[in-house]
Design a binder for this molecule. Structure first.
Ligand SMILES: *Cc1c(COP(=O)(O)O)cnc(C)c1O
Length: 456
């Protein structure tokens, strides 16, 4: 198992060959999931006391298991938020695995921590965060939001000098906030107040003010964070970040911007103004595995003042004390989120940014924004469709006139079965509608025209 021999040489060639062949496919096969019954029958059992051997296991993977996974990087994967990792990032992910680097501490991984921090710095720069800002790459937006909110609560309690050590915290978020925000509140055992629905469900400064003034004095004291959205998942709408920042400053409340999907557009030449005010937030996240061309799983979490995050998250134990003797250079990624051991998952992002340059990132985001705008034009012009919103970012929401929920479901199912596209319906103001999320620079206007035709 641990002696790299001739068999391993063959295996390496086979696996690297497979990886390369998968990368060359343009487009990759869309594929679709299978039932448990089918997988039981076709894949069966691979793990046995003696082992089935790499040939048999790999055959099962290549012929059954891989085909039962939808290719998120297919140009017509429009559901949820897809991903489109750059070639350099995918290849470097192989190197990260082969090197088995521990990315949790400066002591063990100073080199990769340095590189990850360079990538985080670029992300902080496009948001306009100050030089002292910093953070860590975590597994995803869910982990990023939770970790940021834990730091926010920590600061609230610190500032209260013991008065709130036993008080249940409260956070404020819009109805359009991502499900992971509510989940974070559940995990942290605190409350969420949702700001009443207005203007497409985005969080507005007026709505926030009204909500705050409707709270009792005691509840107002319990507010430790306002979570706004740097691009809602359902509609791609950005909250009023600047004015929300003002309200947060007035109330001395932590402002966290959830930009898991949308904050990638900070890299765009065209969209920066949508986010104005984000530079005054206390923390924000963006997922490179969504719209910043990195492989799963990767979320950049950035704090304005990393010191408070460090106080909130650092684990203390006799066997860990040595991690905190590294002097000025010391930067332990484990100190900035709810985790300890970690993969250096920001390294593929660093390598890709270094390879192509940041301009290539801006251009690639702009390509997806242009396709989205062209798609909106085509949908507006189509007799059988109704565009619901002018897209702010890269999400198209529209109706197929005259269809009910069942018809949407049936159409989406057959599009996937026929290998055409992966689209899932969503809800807009109570109605079932269609949603396309475009983050893949390989997606073309012809792909969207094909969808429009299929809907006729
Ligand atoms: C996707 C998303 C999340 C969750 O991110 P994961 O990486 O899936 O955990 C959180 N917030 C928003 C706005 C998202 O779009």
């Amino acid at each position: 198992m641990h002696k790299f021999d001739r068999d391993d040489e063959f295996l390496a060639e086979e696996l690297l060959g497979y990886a390369m062949a998968r990368m060359r496919r343009d487009p990759p096969p869309l594929d679709h999931s299978e039932t448990l019954e089918v997988l039981n029958e076709r894949a069966g059992i691979s793990i046995t006391p003696e082992g089935v051997g790499s040939n048999a296991a790999f055959f099962t993977f290549a012929t059954v298991l891989a085909k039962a996974c939808i290719s998120v990087d297919h140009p017509r994967f429009f559901a949820f938020v897809p991903g489109a990792p750059s070639d350099a990032s995918v290849l470097f992910d192989l190197v990260v695995s082969a090197s088995n680097i521990y990315g949790g501490s400066w002591l063990e991984g100073s080199g990769v921590v340095y590189a990850e921090n360079e990538a985080l710095r670029w992300i902080a720069d496009i948001a306009g965060f100050p030089a002292e800002a910093g953070g860590v790459f975590v597994s995803g937006g869910t982990a990023g939001n939770l970790s940021a909110l834990i730091a926010a609560r920590h600061r609230w309690r610190e500032r209260a000098n013991g008065k709130h050590d036993q008080t249940r915290g409260l956070m404020i978020a819009a109805y359009s906030a991502h499900s992971s925000v509510v989940q974070a509140a559940r995990v942290m055992d605190c409350d969420v107040v949702r700001v009443p629905y207005e203007k497409y469900g985005i969080l507005t400064a007026d709505g926030l003010r009204e909500t705050l003034s409707g709270l009792s004095e005691f509840d107002c004291d319990r507010v430790f964070a306002v979570v706004s959205s740097g691009g809602s998942t359902n509609a791609g709408l950005v909250d009023e970040l600047g004015q929300i920042a003002d309200v947060c400053t007035e109330h001395g409340v932590w402002h966290h911007v959830d930009g898991a999907y949308g904050c990638a557009a900070l890299a765009s030449h065209k969209k920066r103004s949508f986010f104005s005010g984000i530079e005054r937030a206390d923390s924000f996240i963006v997922d490179p595995h969504k719209w910043l061309f990195g492989p799963f799983d990767c979320c950049a979490l950035i704090y304005r003042d990393p010191a408070v995050a460090k106080r909130a998250h650092t684990q203390h134990a006799s066997y860990l004390d040595v991690l905190h003797d590294e002097g000025d250079a010391e930067w332990n990624p484990s100190d900035y989120a709810h985790h300890l051991s970690r993969r250096a998952r920001g390294l593929p992002v660093w390598f890709s940014l270094a390879t192509y340059g940041t301009n290539a990132y801006s251009d690639a985001v702009d390509v997806t924004l242009e396709v989205t705008l062209a798609g909106a034009d085509r949908i507006r012009d189509a007799e059988h469709l109704e565009l619901i919103l002018e897209p702010e970012l890269s999400i198209l929401l529209f109706r197929r006139k005259g269809w009910d929920e069942k018809q949407y479901d049936a159409w989406c199912d057959q599009m996937l079965k026929r290998g055409k596209a992966f689209i899932t319906p969503t809800k807009w103001e109570g109605d079932t509608v269609l949603r396309l999320c475009i983050v893949n620079p390989r997606t073309t206007i012809e792909d969207i025209e094909m969808i429009i035709q299929e809907l006729a």
